[in-house]
Design a protein around this ligand. Structure first.
Ligand code: CA
Length: 226
């Protein structure tokens, strides 16, 4: 899978480039929006919002206006007050807010590639990244099977997606809104109760509610249990 990384901060670009390569992706980094608009031959674009020439939102809008259906993930900083709805209206497929972990970004890249019909597994020749392991819990993203110790856990499609999303970054707290956006659909604006109902069901199937901890006023996180 060939990624175009549009990022003007050389140290962030170098770190991401190296990290993504270690996950098996081909990466080319360019520092400007102008360069992004003329680049060809990529499977997915990682687009920084704050660029020196055209901002990322404008690059996104122009790419879509030119008929490109290339998957786009926006990289935004909290301080930039990214307007989520506007970003998605401009045609971005997803976004991550800095600071993010490499694992989280890789999980998003694969999720967007899956959703948009590409193969998120191409950049993963060894297949190792398709297994998420949190303590005794092993989630196989390829076969969509979940094992807990010796036993198998049977989940619905959404329950699986929810668990895989939380397991991509164990210990990290995800808000209900983030979970809705990434597990359901970027354009889902339904009730956040949906998340709670699925969390309750996954907890029950894992046999220990503490696997998915509620962080009051924030959201949920997955923690390994003995
Ligand atoms: Ca920037």
């Amino acid at each position: 899978m060939r990624l175009l990384l549009v990022e003007d901060d050389p140290s962030i670009a170098a770190t991401l480039e190296q990290g993504l390569r270690s996950h098996g992706f081909d990466v080319v980094a360019v520092p400007t929006g102008g360069a992004a608009l003329t680049a060809t031959g990529y499977d997915l674009v990682l687009l920084d919002l704050g660029l020196p020439d055209l901002d990322g939102a404008e690059v996104c809008r122009r790419l879509r206006a030119s008929g490109s259906s290339l998957p786009i993930i926006m990289l935004t900083a909290r301080a930039e007050e990214f307007d989520r709805v506007l970003g998605l209206e401009l045609g971005a497929d997803d976004y991550v807010t800095k600071p993010f972990s490499l694992r989280e970004l890789v999980a998003r890249i694969r999720a967007v590639a899956r959703r948009t019909g590409g193969s998120g597994a191409v950049g993963d020749p060894a297949g190792a990244e398709r297994l998420l392991q949190v303590g005794r819990l092993v989630i196989d993203l390829r076969t969509r099977r979940v094992r807990l110790g010796e036993g198998e856990v049977t989940l619905t499609a959404k329950e699986f997606d929810l668990l895989a999303y939380l397991a991509a970054d164990p210990g990290a707290v995800h808000t209900r809104t983030e979970i809705l956006e990434h597990v359901w659909d970027a354009h889902w604006y339904g009730p956040t109760k949906t998340v709670d109902a699925h969390v309750a069901s996954v907890r029950k199937k894992l046999g220990d509610p503490e696997w998915i901890q509620a962080v009051r006023g924030v959201g949920f996180r997955l923690e390994a249990r003995p």
